[in-house]
Write a protein that binds this ligand. Structure first.
Ligand SMILES: [Zn+2]
Ligand SMILES: [Zn+2]
Length: 252
């Protein structure tokens, strides 16, 4: 380690120590006091406790598969995707929408901790190298203009900007939809149907492959509606990358 680096490291430790005592900032996810506030608003323990979804995963939607069913099968799809193939060709997420990952996403989205977009997107990139491979661009799921004004930013766009591929705003939300949070799955699909439309930049993507980006995939209704609008505009392949996904629990 060079002398300058040693001094810089020492400086960071001193700043951390002073900030920890004077400001006493707490982790945006767990609320515990931060040991190293200069490293960002979420503590090391929270980052480390984010559990990735591990294979075997449905090749299509990315849901975990019970391993006994897929042994020896090269391409495996979950029961839901076998019943009706989704419009999204392939979807992946860092992990399940739960615990520390859920708390970190909440801090980004509802507490306006926009600096979290970069480390979350870094995890998304790491988890989805093959999903990003060959994709022309990332398309953030848009917010309706009124909600965007209210929040001041679109978290999906913040995440998309750090994925290392061009970002194209190819969709608009043409209809403000009732908040999805309290609706059952079937109603969510009805609620968002025709809520999105492709805009002129989408024309340049005809025949190509794109990656839709959002913070959470809950029932898939929003992503499916976006994918339909893009495919109607001529996009050949629509993949989806979200920070988290709600995993459907089926009786085993
Ligand atoms: Zn924490
Ligand atoms: Zn599936």
């Amino acid at each position: 380690m060079t002398r300058a680096r040693v001094i810089a490291d020492y400086g960071t430790r001193v700043v951390d120590a002073i900030a920890a005592v004077v400001l006493a900032p707490s982790c945006a996810a767990c609320g515990e006091l931060l040991d190293s506030p200069t490293r960002g608003p979420v503590c090391e323990r929270c980052w480390r406790s984010i559990l990735p979804l591990t294979p075997p995963l449905c090749d299509r939607c990315g849901d975990p598969l019970p391993s006994w069913r897929v042994s020896g099968v090269a391409q495996a799809h979950c029961a839901r995707c076998r019943r009706s193939a989704p419009t999204i060709d392939r979807a992946r997420a860092i992990g399940e929408y739960d615990g520390a990952l859920r708390a970190v996403i909440h801090a980004l989205k509802y507490d306006g901790r926009r600096s979290l977009a970069k480390p979350i997107a870094a995890m998304m990139r790491q988890r989805a190298v093959d999903l990003l491979d060959g994709a022309a661009c990332a398309i953030p799921v848009p917010l309706h203009a009124s909600r965007r004004r209210h929040r001041g930013f679109n978290q999906a766009e913040d995440l998309a900007r750090h994925l290392g591929i061009p970002v194209v705003r190819a969709l608009v939300r043409v209809r403000a939809t009732a908040t999805q949070t309290d609706l059952p799955a079937a109603q969510r699909h009805r609620n968002v149907r025709a809520a999105f439309a492709a805009v002129p930049p989408a024309a340049a993507l005809a025949g190509g492959c794109v990656v839709l980006v959002d913070d959470v995939c809950t029932t898939g209704a929003t992503l499916e509606a976006c994918a339909r609008a893009l495919k109607e505009a001529g996009v050949a392949e629509v993949r989806a990358l979200t920070a988290a996904r709600v995993v459907a629990r089926r009786p085993s």
